[in-house]
Design a protein around this ligand. Structure first.
Ligand code: ZN
Length: 73
């Protein structure tokens, strides 16, 4: 994962705050997606089908963005 560029949530295309991974690449049991704070639990649940999920925080966006209330609807 290249964290040097803006990274967006795979589900809502807001800023991603974490990369969720589970399993191992190349084994056929690997899931990874970027997720914002709101979708991190969903992403972990999804990834957990491939194994124990790992969360890698993604930096690069001001923390204040993560504190926004639900504004997408
Ligand atoms: Zn999201």
């Amino acid at each position: 994962m290249n964290t040097g560029r803006p990274t967006y949530c795979a589900r809502c295309h807001r800023w991603a705050t974490a990369l969720i991974e589970a399993g191992h690449p190349g084994t056929g049991r690997y899931r990874a997606e970027t997720a914002c704070a709101r979708h991190e639990p969903t992403a972990r649940r999804w990834a957990s089908h491939a194994g124990s999920p790992r969360t890698t925080p993604i930096g690069g966006a001001p923390a204040v963005l993560f504190e926004l209330p639900e504004v997408t609807r």
